[in-house]
Design a protein around this ligand. Structure first.
Ligand SMILES: NC(=O)c1ccc[n+]([C@@H]2O[C@H](COP(=O)([O-])OP(=O)(O)OC[C@H]3O[C@@H](n4cnc5c(N)ncnc54)[C@H](OP(=O)(O)O)[C@@H]3O)[C@@H](O)[C@H]2O)c1
Length: 297
């Protein structure tokens, strides 16, 4: 039995990872800001460590004495100051890993983290990978997932109100899209495998590349509207739409920068798919979750 710490344990990847570690009989320390949002894990015996991701003292305590850590940089797109917050959290994480003497880390990064600039919201991942690589004696797996399938849940209000799927992405651009459950499972594999050392990059790509035209068609089929169209809009219009949905203005622009970088093929897989990704969630299955959200709203 090992002891693991999981950041963002009430969130999408962290919650599934923490449950899987408990299922496997390990001790798990779960990090987050709210005890009630971690009830499902504490009631199974997980140890709570409550605090904010930019508090190095708190993180140092929470990281102490565990065999491996799952870490991420949380963000709230509605809040201003994304870049400064990510930097503050990133520095706190690095300080805490040093103080705690951590030996093993799985860090949730992103495809595109190889690029130093021009990737909008992904850019802090590049900086954080570089920051973490300077910590001596720390083995790190950098998980670099593609676009989360869950992002498509943001399309639900417009599907309902206008009967279209809207984005700034080229309709025929095929890009990697992955369910967060599969990211959590990749994290589980990395956390529990003692056989790797040094600095590893593991892309988590989902079962196949997919285009927005296909996304609209698959969602359409799942909600009984087989002709659901995909409409490509300008970067400016998309940024405005995101602001209308509650995004901070800078976060909206930086989110659209990801689409621009994908369209210009500056973000993509460097390694290609490998057989371990064969069982990943297809978008056809994930679309059932979108269909339920469309029906529920
Ligand atoms: N969306 C994508 O397509 C994509 C692709 C690649 C990588 N990523 C990365 O994935 C990460 C998000 O992972 P996820 O989806 O598993 O998380 P998530 O579902 O967004 O949940 C965020 C978690 O972080 C916690 N949290 C939020 N703000 C916090 C703060 N200030 N201090 C401490 N904890 C805080 C939340 O807990 P409480 O609110 O309960 O405290 C929650 O457990 C981000 O780093 C993002 O950049 C996203």
């Amino acid at each position: 039995m090992n002891t693991y710490a999981v950041m963002g344990a009430s969130g999408r990847t962290g919650n599934r990872l923490a449950h899987r570690l408990l299922d496997a009989g390990h001790r798990v320390r779960v990090l987050g800001r709210s005890a009630s949002r971690l009830d499902d894990l504490s009631s199974r015996g997980a140890e709570l460590a409550l605090g904010a991701a930019d508090d190095a003292d708190y993180l140092s305590q929470a990281f102490r004495g565990v065999d491996a850590i799952y870490a991420l940089l949380p963000f709230d797109p509605a809040k201003p100051g994304y870049l400064a917050t990510q930097r503050r959290q990133g520095e706190a994480m690095a300080t805490a890993l040093r103080v705690a003497g951590t030996k093993r880390l799985v860090f949730l990064s992103s495809l595109g983290a190889d690029q130093a600039s021009g990737t909008g919201m992904i850019q802090p991942m590049h900086d954080q990978e570089a920051r973490l690589r300077t910590i001596e004696g720390l083995d790190i797996t950098f998980l670099r997932p593609g676009d989360f399938m869950e992002n498509q849940l943001g399309a639900v209000p417009v599907i309902r109100s206008e009967g279209i799927v809207v984005n700034a992405l080229d309709p025929d651009l095929a890009f990697p899209m992955v369910a967060t459950a599969d990211v959590a499972d990749a994290a589980f594999d990395a956390m529990t495998d003692p056989g790797w050392h040094g600095h590893l990059v593991r892309e988590v790509l989902g079962p196949r590349d997919i285009t927005m035209r296909e996304v609209a068609s698959i969602i359409g089929a799942s909600i009984g509207r087989p002709d659901l169209p995909y409409v490509q809009v300008s970067y400016e219009a998309m940024a405005q739409a995101l602001q209308g949905a509650g995004f901070d203005a800078d976060s909206a622009v930086m989110t659209v920068e990801i689409s621009r970088a994908l369209n210009e093929k500056r973000i993509g897989s460097l390694a290609g798919r490998n057989p371990s990704q064969a069982g990943a969630t297809p978008f056809e299955r994930f679309a059932q979750i979108i269909a339920a959200a469309v029906a529920a709203q």
